[in-house]
Design a protein around this ligand. Sequence first.
Ligand code: HEM
Length: 508
Amino acid sequence: MKMMLIDIFVIGLALIFIRFWWRYWSVTGGGPKNLPPGPPGLPLVGNLIQVILQRRHFIFIIRELRKKYGPIFTMQMGQRTMVIVTDSKLIHEALVQRGPDFASRPPDSPIRLLFSVGKCAINSAEYGPLWRTLRKNFVTELITPTRVKQCSWIRKWAIENHMKRIKREAFENGFLEVMSNCRLTVCSILICLCFGAKISEERIKTIESILKDVMMITSPQLPDFLPVLTPLFRRQMKEAKALRKKQLECLVPLIKNRRAFVEKGENPNQEMVSPIGAAYVDSLFGLEPPTRGPLGDEEYVTLCSEAISAGTDTSATTVEWAMLHLVMNQEIQEKLYQEIIDCVGKDGEIKEEDVEKMPYLEAIVKETFRRHPPGHFLLSHAATKDTELAGYTIPAGVYVEIYTAWITEDPDIWSDPSEFRPERFLHGDGVGVDVTGTRAVKMLPFGAGRRICPAWNLGILHINLLIAKMVQAFKWLPVPDAPPDPAETYAFTVVMKNPLRAVILPRV
Ligand code: HEM
């Protein structure tokens, strides 16, 4: 009898302990740590299982959580603490007013570290001297107005190829696919900007496909949230190493050829076309970032791949969504066509300076960024030191995720936000809106503050040129009996689930 009482007492104590333990660990945020509150989770795994069970991408889940948890909340994803910021004023405060406080990046997974050679890339480097040197070099060597002008022939060459290719595809199939063609064209421009080389379409396609695989494999996976599971995911690491090898084998020969051209003037198959100093990689050859020393082939591959990947999907996605609206709304397309021919004529060449004189084109592109931001989040940010935001504590190293899609859907900021109406940027709620978010945040397709996309104007130039040339040459129509489907899906950027296909008719 005495033994039984002791047993009951011990079991009772254990139950009380489990209850408290469960309560403590299932609460997300709040508590003594003063993190923003968030959805309750399970001990050890936090909200991870709930997210996995939804079988939808994180960006679509956040859209609903925001309604319940508001401007700032915490998600406990296994061992990873994520603070999600969704409010335009808080985002402006974090990124612009207190820019340096939130300008760092959180720790990376082992697979990401493999591809960034230990964070030696602009997008992943922590806020500090390495990031500063890499970013400054990128800006001065790749995207100053003089360099952009010097390299305009690359865009002319790539877009001429693009126009021939889409004409051929439409002739052969009766329609063409917009996204794949735009990806290939933008990728060919960026490859030439990086390596100064004109290479065959086949090689461009190989690089494009390898870099897409790199983006996919470096996207968050289960062991990133629960590192204890890493040993079970050895196969992923093996695959990542094999892919890295493939990436090096594909790009290092290009770098070696460029180096031979820069140092000895060798150019056996006349592949190198940009003058010495005009390719991005030329500037990396002599670069010695503090804390890192001279860079080698691994770093050159990482930094050039970063520029190609960062600029390809983002721009091609925007063109695809813009063309969707032009196909679905012939009035908008006609208005744009009129603007183009008023500016350069029916057969006149559209030069880079011409697209800057097309306000309706600019309005269409801005409305596309607003209605279809290529990324619904920025890249993950991190606080440089423990700090506070909205009265909550934000410890250094937690993932600060800036959810930008809500800002452009917010009816308090935009009237009829779900409508695609470029005119709003000419005379409406979009007039004077700053896409860089410096003055205030009403949209931020490129981020804002210290980590803003350093090549945002180059991205816009590629988008403007592609749309203007395609609309000048052809009338774009839906494929009969197969109207475009505007459903979204996530593939690094938020793209059309069923890629846009269109019929094109030469303008007469
Ligand atoms: C429409 C085109 C583009 C869009 C929408 C876009 C968007 C973005 C966004 C949202 C970020 C993250 C900002 C943040 O974390 O706060 C970013 C960063 C970056 N982008 Fe772009 N981008 C575009 C084109 C390009 C192009 C053409 C290049 C290169 C040639 C490029 C290179 C970069 C780099 C290197 C970073 C990292 C910056 C840093 O961490 O300091 N982007 N971009």
